[in-house]
Design a protein. Sequence first.
Lengths: 262, 262
Amino acid sequence: MKIAISGKGGVGKTLLASLLSKTFAEAGYSVIAIDADPDANLASTLGFPEADKITPISQMKELIAERTGTQPGQADIFFKLNPKVDDFPEKYSAKHDGIRLMVMGRVKKGGTGCYCSENTLLQALLAHLLLARNEVVILDMEAGIEHLGRGTAQAVDKLIVVVEPGRQSLETAHRISKLAQDIGLLSIAAVGNKIRSKSDREFLISSMPGFEFLGFIPYDQAIIDADLANLPPGDSSQQVITEVRNIYQALLSTTKTPNPTK
Amino acid sequence: MKIAISGKGGVGKTLLASLLSKTFAEAGYSVIAIDADPDANLASTLGFPEADKITPISQMKELIAERTGTQPGQADIFFKLNPKVDDFPEKYSAKHDGIRLMVMGRVKKGGTGCYCSENTLLQALLAHLLLARNEVVILDMEAGIEHLGRGTAQAVDKLIVVVEPGRQSLETAHRISKLAQDIGLLSIAAVGNKIRSKSDREFLISSMPGFEFLGFIPYDQAIIDADLANLPPGDSSQQVITEVRNIYQALLSTTKTPNPTK
């Protein structure tokens, strides 16, 4: 099962990615969680010890140079489009509580070199993870799906767009949905987060006609309090955990799934 | 005065950018507001009519081709590094309530061309706006400042990092601060948003030692309600407007400012 999670910044993508990863791992699946959002910290949300010491792939200059055939720091007009990446998940990941985590990192933009080689390496790695691995892969993305090419997108079993009661998050959801259709990613579903009332839920449903909703995660002040106390927020709210388990069940029943591998 | 606003997704960058733009415009300044965050909609937050009909610069394929010397849709290995952009603010902006708005748009990543020409055009445009214009420029950025090069960054009078009571927004703030120092942007300040209590405020101050705080915007449910009712959220809360006026005064007193131009 390959799951990509997107949505506007701040809606709770990382929280959902971390809790889904834990739920799959507890059910006996091998899980690779991918932090592909430079504006998030999946490692700390998952409770990884020394989360800030994990080096993102995009910062491994020598590795990028070796695999793409470029020179570090030089403009990279010529570079390999299919760099070798199949050893990355074992070599360049951290593991905790049965979850293997990879951090993609931020690719700097602009300049004359345009950092094509870093981007190419990350895209090749994503393609490998989505197309050639048997694990459950859970991808915490930014507010867009540009890292998915046409070929890779079709390997995604479900693109989950997280929304909250707020127009900006709906606009982003509709934009992501359109981008997804453009690259042939047709299996999209939504998850509502920070739901305070029945009317919040109805607002989201009526604003997103045609969207399948996998679930609605309640707003819980305990999540914010845990975060401020530097505790993994996902462990702090039983009602949130329960709803993520329902979302997990909804995923299993609406997508094809590999057998659990341990 | 050139102000750049950054911070984690969802903290309220766009709200602050829109209210600061309005405050400067009401005081008689010529204001250019720049939406440089693909995950935001400054136009609708500013209450621009037909906000969704403004074409982002990054989507003007023929314009990009003309100014950078590339062919639309082709790999752009050779292109002009200093495309002409000085006519853009007049030609490619919308105007409403005395505020001129430009939307940069989303530059797609990846692929063999790496969209270097689009990035170069947007960077040249930002450089022009920051270095060669007399207006007050307010830049609503994403959770990073990669669009600012070393030369342009030094033209920013103040980089405002918006934070909310939450560890992720603090992590992002520290990361942005480090990136800013790397490119010589030393005039950084913070604004706290979604402040519910004195302890929220104290949490932010104690978590960001050495940061100058320009102000603390209170949490107000009226902002969310206005947003859900499709009204410009910034008009709905007098206490938020009042605090943004204080921030405006703090900006005037801590940065060099041009005389108001009308």
